[in-house]
Design a binder for this molecule. Structure first.
Ligand code: ADP
Length: 595
C-alpha cells in the first residue's frame, strides 16, 4: 500500500515535471515564433530604408562622369591646376551629397583626384585596380562593392562608373569615378534593438551588426575559392574572417541590395527563455493549484469516508452490543432459572437437614441420657444411701438424746440432697429440646459440664484441669454447648483410660474473633484410619453398648449451627486435641446465617 502510494507520488511528480517542461518548450516555441513574426515585419520595414540608402547614389557617379573637370583631368593628368580643380569639385559635391568620398581613377586604377585630397589618409595617388568595382567599371559596367577602405580602414559601399572620353557612353573609357557611402549611420539605428540584426554578404560574412562580436565573421564555413577572392579584393582588409561559434539558431532573413546581401534578425534568446520560464511557472502554479485542490478534495472525501466508516463501525458496535446484551440477558435469565431451581432444591435439602439434625441432636441426647443413666443412678444412689445412713443415725442420736450429732447428720443430709438436686437440674436442662439463643459464658458452661463428670473422672482416676484466661461470652444455647462439652470430655476420658498419664485439660482462649474451648487429653490420639470418619454419624471404635458413634457428629452439627467449627487433631506430644471454635458477638456472622 505504502509502496503503491510512493510509486503513485513519483509518477505524479514525473508527470508534473513533464508538463512543466512541455509548458516551457511550448512557451519558448511560441515566443520564438512570435518574435520571428515580429522580426519578419521589422525586416520588411528596415529593408526599404537600406535599399534606399544604397540606391540613392546609384546615379551620382554616372552624372559626375559627364563633368568637364573630370574629363579634363583624365586628359591632362599631369596638370596640377586641372587636378586641383578636380579635387575641389569632388570635395564640394561630396559635401553637398553627404557621401563618404568621391574619387577619380585613370584606366590603370591610379587615383588622380579625390574629395579627401586634403586629408592625411586621402585617396590621391592610391591604386584601386584590384577592387572589383574598378574592374567592372573599367569594362564599361557599373561596379558595386562593400569593403573596408584600404587607406582609411573605414568600411563603405562603393559604386563605380566608367568615364568616357567625350562624356557620353559608347566612346573609349578614360577612367573610373567612384562614390563611397558609409553605412555606419544605418547600423547605428539597430543599436537600440534587443534582437540581433545583421547584414551578411553573399558569402555569408557579417559586415554590419548591432552585435560587435559577430562582425566580420561568417555564418557558415568559407570555401577556399571564397577565401582567395576575399584576400585578392581585400574586401575585409585586416580582418581574419572566421565562422561564428556554434549554430546560428532561429532567424528571419530578407534579401536586400544588388550584391546578394541578406538582412537577418535573430530573436533575443533571453526573451524567448523568459517567455518559456513564464509559461513553465504558470504551468507549475496551475499544477500546484490543481494538486492542492485535489489534495483538499481527497482530504474531504477521506474525512467523509471516515465519518461514514466510523458511523458504520459505531452502528455495528451498537448492534453487536445489543446482540451481546440480549445474549447475556438470555444467559443470565437461564442461569437465574437454574439458580432458582437449585435454590429451591437447596432449601428443601436444608429443611431436610435441619429436621435430620434436630432429630439427630435429640437422638444423641437420648442416647447419652441412656449412657449416663448408669452413672447418674450411681451418682444419685451414693447421696441417697448416705442420706438414708445419716437419717438412720440421726434417729439413733435423737433417741440417745445426742441432739448435736443428730443436727450434724441433718446438715449432711441437706448437703447430699442439694448435690442430688444439682445433678437432677443438669439432667433436666439436658433433656429438654433447647433452642434458646442467649449470651453464654463459656467458663460457666465448662464448669457445669465438668461438674457432671466429676465423679466419673474421680472413679477412673483421671485428672481434669480447667484453665480460663479471660471471660468469653458467646451467643448461643447454653444447654447445647454443655452437651458438646460433655461429649468431648467423655471421649477424652474414654481415651485416657488405661493410659499411663490420665489427664484431660480444658483451656479457654481467644483466637482472633473466635472463642476457643480446647480439650486435650493424654490418650493414644486419633488413629490415622479413624481420622477421616471422625465426624461421621454412627462411626465408633468402642464396643457395642458403650458407644453409638453419634457424639462427634451431633457436636459438630451443634457447633456449626452456632456458626462455629469443631476440629480435631493429634498433639505432637501425644494425645488428641479438640477445638470448639465459636464466633464472639460483634463479628460478621450471626447465629442462623448459614443453613
Ligand atoms: P462414640 O464416642 O460413641 O464412639 P463419637 O462420635 O463421640 O462416638 O466418637 C467417634 C470415635 O472417635 C470414637 O469411637 C473414637 O474412636 C474416636 N475418638 C473420639 N474422641 C477421641 C479422643 N479424645 N481420642 C481418641 N479417639 C477419639
Amino acid at each position: 500500500m505504502r509502496l503503491h502510494k510512493s510509486l503513485l507520488l513519483t509518477l505524479a511528480v514525473a508527470a508534473a515535471a513533464v508538463l512543466v517542461a512541455a509548458a516551457f518548450a511550448f512557451g519558448t516555441h511560441r515566443a520564438r515564433s512570435d518574435l520571428l513574426d515580429q522580426g519578419q515585419r521589422q525586416l520588411q520595414l528596415m529593408a526599404p530604408d537600406l535599399q534606399f540608402v544604397l540606391e540613392r547614389f546609384e546615379t551620382l557617379p554616372f552624372v559626375l562622369g559627364q563633368q568637364p573637370d573630370l574629363t579634363a583631368a583624365l586628359a591632362h593628368p599631369d596638370d596640377p591646376a586641372i587636378i586641383a580643380r578636380l579635387n575641389r569639385t569632388l570635395q564640394t559635391i561630396q559635401r553637398q551629397a553627404r557621401v563618404g568620398a568621391l574619387y577619380l581613377m585613370d584606366t590603370r586604377g591610379l587615383t588622380l583626384g579625390a574629395s579627401n585630397w586634403d586629408q592625411p589618409l586621402g585617396f590621391v595617388g592610391q591604386n584601386f585596380s584590384y577592387r572589383p568595382y574598378f574592374r567592372e567599371a573599367i569594362r564599361g559596367r557599373a561596379g558595386r562593392f562593400y569593403g573596408i577602405g584600404t587607406s582609411t580602414g573605414e568600411p563603405g559601399y562603393f559604386i563605380a562608373q566608367p568615364v568616357f572620353r567625350d562624356g557620353s557612353a559608347g566612346g573609349p573609357i578614360t577612367g573610373v569615378i567612384a562614390v563611397k557611402i558609409s553605412l555606419a549611420e544605418f547600423e547605428a539605428h539597430w543599436r537600440n534593438s534587443e534582437e540581433a540584426i545583421l547584414l551578411a554578404d553573399r558569402h555569408g560574412v557579417v559586415f554590419l551588426s548591432n552585435r560587435p562580436e559577430w562582425k566580420y565573421r561568417s555564418l557558415g564555413k568559407l570555401d577556399d575559392a571564397t577565401r582567395t577572392t576575399l584576400a585578392q579584393t581585400q574586401q575585409y582588409r585586416g580582418k581574419d574572417v572566421t565562422p561564428l561559434d556554434g549554430p546560428v539558431g532561429a532567424h528571419v532573413t530578407l534579401p536586400v541590395g544588388r550584391l546578394g546581401w541578406q538582412l537577418m534578425l535573430f530573436p533575443n534568446e533571453a526573451r524567448v527563455l523568459r517567455a518559456g520560464a513564464a509559461w513553465a511557472v504558470g504551468a507549475a502554479l496551475l499544477l500546484a493549484c490543481a494538486a492542492v485542490s485535489a489534495w483538499a478534495l481527497h482530504q474531504r472525501r477521506r474525512r467523509f469516508e471516515e465519518r461514514v466508516a466510523s458511523r458504520a463501525a459505531l452502528r455495528q458496535a451498537e448492534l453487536e452490543l445489543e446482540h451481546r446484551i440480549a445474549e447475556r440477558t438470555e444467559q443470565l435469565s437461564e442461569t437465574n432459572r437454574h439458580l432458582e431451581q437449585k435454590y429451591a432444591k437447596l432449601q428443601e435439602t436444608s429443611q431436610l437437614l435441619r429436621t435430620t439434625q434436630n432429630e439427630l441432636v435429640q437422638a444423641g441426647k437420648l442416647a447419652m441420657l441412656g449412657q449416663m443413666a448408669a452413672g447418674v443412678t450411681h451418682e444419685l444412689n451414693q447421696p441417697l444411701a448416705a442420706i438414708r445412713a445419716f437419717a438412720d443415725n440421726a434417729r439413733t442420736f435423737l433417741q440417745r438424746g445426742q441432739v448435736e450429732q443428730a443436727a450434724n447428720n441433718l446438715t449432711h443430709i441437706g448437703d447430699a440432697s442439694a448435690r442430688m438436686g444439682a445433678i437432677i437440674a443438669q439432667l433436666k436442662g439436658f433433656a429438654r429440646k433447647g433452642e434458646t439463643v442467649d449470651s453464654v459464658d463459656l467458663e460457666r458452661s465448662v464448669r457445669a459440664s465438668s461438674f457432671l463428670l466429676e465423679s466419673e473422672f474421680r472413679r477412673r482416676d483421671a485428672v481434669l484441669d480447667i484453665e480460663a484466661a479471660a471471660p468469653l461470652v458467646v451467643t448461643g444455647d447454653a444447654v447445647r454447648i454443655e452437651q458438646v462439652l460433655i461429649n468431648l470430655l467423655r471421649n477424652a476420658l474414654d481415651a485416657v483410660e488405661g493410659a499411663p498419664v490420665r489427664r484431660v485439660s480444658v483451656r479457654l482462649l481467644r483466637e482472633g474473633d473466635d472463642a476457643v474451648v480446647r480439650i486435650a487429653d493424654t490418650g493414644a490420639g486419633i488413629p490415622a484410619d479413624v481420622a477421616p470418619h471422625l465426624f461421621e454419624p454412627f462411626f465408633t471404635t468402642k464396643p457395642s453398648g458403650q458407644g453409638l458413634g453419634l457424639g462427634l457428629a451431633i457436636s459438630s452439627s451443634i457447633v456449626q449451627a452456632m456458626n462455629g467449627r469443631l476440629t480435631a487433631h493429634n498433639r505432637p506430644e501425644g494425645g488428641a486435641q479438640f477445638d470448639v471454635r465459636l464466633p464472639l458477638p460483634g463479628t460478621a456472622q450471626h447465629l442462623g446465617d448459614t443453613i
